[in-house]
Design a protein around this ligand. Structure first.
Ligand SMILES: C[S@@+](CC[C@H](N)C(=O)[O-])C[C@H]1O[C@@H](n2cnc3c(N)ncnc32)[C@H](O)[C@@H]1O
Length: 316
């Protein structure tokens, strides 16, 4: 008889019980309805946002209570799809809890907002981090950043945290978003380097003052004038533009060509050139439509003596 230890077959790995499993377990609805319970949700602090198929509408109170209980949320909203109007007001409905503010933590920053009246796009997280990293990695450069569609500080907060010895000007037209912007500048302790402005960016910009301009809104109507405004903001020694836009994948090349032509023309009016450009896809926005960012590095035209710092160092 051979002695020694026999190797035992490994017990099958136990899958960890997820909050979704718990929701399904606790749910008393008919099985065909249970199957439709959302497996994913957005979470901003104590607020949960769900997308519900229409078959669940008549059970939504119960569904809201269930998600609140399992996820420990005090407000559950149903996302009816999209955002409304110039101020990008979300289309949501309360299915559980009292109206309350969200305190969302991301990248060591706090975003406070009213989730019923103010949008937050979790899909833009990489772009918010990108802005922080860009400024962080830029050495001693004292950036002056203009955030033209500041909202509650989506980009102004990461920029404000990393801007060293420079400043961020945050322009927002909606008084409610502006109210939260100011609160967020205070909560994140960056009021000493941020200048919030309540107003229309087409009226308040100061030409020739920016190292970095962020245009984080999809301007469709009047985009040509908007590009002109964005370019006019840059300092004579040039700078960087982050320009957000929407496009269908198959129309991207054409759209980019049109944008770049416009940027080149407007920059040339200020003796600047498109020295480099690149385009990033941020997220899927709608069926076949994507959210992109065009990054334009502008430098003085050849023959012009570059004044100020050398922007090339950014793109090493
Ligand atoms: C909600 S943000 C867009 C998304 C955001 N960049 C993100 O990352 O999630 C757009 C903001 O621009 C503001 N806005 C729209 N038109 C404006 C204008 N002409 N001047 C200043 N702010 C404007 C809206 O009120 C809104 O708060």
């Amino acid at each position: 008889m051979s002695g020694g230890w026999k190797s035992c077959p490994k017990p099958p790995k136990k899958r960890r019980r997820t909050p979704y499993d718990e929701i399904v377990e606790l749910c008393n609805l008919p099985p065909e309805i249970k199957e439709l319970l959302p497996r994913r949700w957005e979470r901003y602090g104590d607020v949960v946002i769900l997308k519900l198929p229409k078959e669940l509408t008549s059970y939504e109170r119960e569904v809201g209570r269930l998600y609140a209980e399992v996820l420990g949320a005090n407000l559950v909203l149903v996302d009816e799809g999209g955002v409304r109007g110039l101020t990008r007001c979300p289309v949501v409905r309360v299915i559980y809890g009292e109206e309350s503010e969200a305190f969302h933590k991301e990248n060591r920053l706090i975003y406070n907002f009213d989730p019923i009246r103010i949008m937050f796009s979790s899909g833009n997280i990489d772009e918010r981090i990108y802005v922080a990293e860009l400024l962080k990695g830029s050495g001693d450069r004292r950036w002056v950043v203009w955030d033209l569609f500041a909202g509650i500080g989506y980009f102004s907060l990461p920029a404000g945290r990393e801007v060293k010895g420079g400043a961020v000007v945050s322009v927002e037209i909606n008084p409610l978003a502006y109210y939260y912007l100011i609160k967020n500048l205070v909560f994140n302790e960056i009021t000493d380097r941020t200048i919030p402005v309540l107003g229309d960016n087409s009226k308040v910009i100061v030409p020739g003052t920016a190292d970095l301009t962020i245009s984080g809104y999809f301007v469709e109507e009047g985009w040509e004038e908007h590009v002109a405004r964005v370019c006019s903001l840059l300092k004579p020694e040039g700078g960087l533009i982050l320009y957000h836009f929407l496009a269908k994948k198959k129309e991207l090349e054409l759209r980019l060509a049109m944008l770049l032509k416009r940027f080149s023309r407007e920059l040339l009016n200020r003796n600047l050139d498109v020295a480099e450009h690149r385009c990033r896809r941020v997220k899927s926005y709608a069926p076949l439509v994507y959210h992109y960012v065009l990054e334009v590095l502008a430098r003085p035209t050849k023959g012009q003596k570059p004044s100020g710092e050398d922007w090339a160092s950014l793109y090493k």
